[in-house]
Structures are given as structure tokens and as C-alpha cells.
Write a protein of this length. Structure first.
Length: 107
């Protein structure tokens, strides 16, 4: 596949993030797209960042225990918005990086 595939997947991720679905449904689509990116499709650093974001997403919980030991509901939309912002930034970086490498290899 390679760097062009990484660019295309990141474009699909950005399209899914901009859809009119609710955050939870958007994120399911986003992580199905970004989840197929392999090490050969992006730089090693970008691949590690993708893995970190997947871990953050999959470890989200609807509840947490506060300092008093009480169960507290987590604002999932806020958490998903934070992760989606990180994904947008990462996808833009990947597209820029992969475009430079792709263009360099074609010369």
C-alpha cells in the first residue's frame, strides 16, 4: 500500500469526522478507517500516535470514581471531541508528511 494509501485513509477519516452523525457513531467510523493504516503507510512516529489514540479511544469509560470514592458519570461527548481534535491534527500532519515523501520519491 504505502504513503498514498495513508493519505487516502486520512482523507476518509476527516470526511467521517465532518459528518452529521453523533460523536459516538463518527468515532466508530473514524477508528475503522484509521485502524487499517499500517506501519508502511505512515512514518513510525505517526503510526505510534495512531496507536496511542486508539488506546485512548478504546479505554474510554462512561464512569469514573472521584476523590470521594463516588461513581461519577464522564462527559463522553467532551472526551470524544478532545480525541477527534487530536485525530484532525494527526491526519493533517500525515497528509503533509506523506505528500512530501511521495513527491520526493516521484522526482
Amino acid at each position: 500500500m504505502g504513503y498514498v494509501y495513508g493519505i487516502n485513509q486520512c482523507r476518509e477519516v476527516l470526511i467521517n469526522l465532518s459528518s452529521d452523525l453523533n460523536y459516538e457513531k463518527r468515532m466508530v467510523k473514524v477508528f475503522s478507517e484509521i485502524g487499517v493504516i499500517q506501519q508502511r503507510d505512515v512514518s513510525k512516529d505517526h503510526f505510534n500516535q495512531i496507536k496511542e489514540l486508539k488506546n485512548k479511544y478504546y479505554s474510554l469509560s462512561m464512569y469514573a470514581i472521584d476523590n470521594t470514592g463516588s461513581l461519577k458519570e464522564i462527559n463522553m461527548e467532551k472526551e470524544l471531541m478532545y480525541i477527534s481534535t487530536e485525530i484532525v491534527n494527526l491526519c493533517v500532519e500525515i497528509i503533509e508528511h506523506n505528500s512530501k515523501i511521495k513527491n520526493y520519491k516521484e522526482e
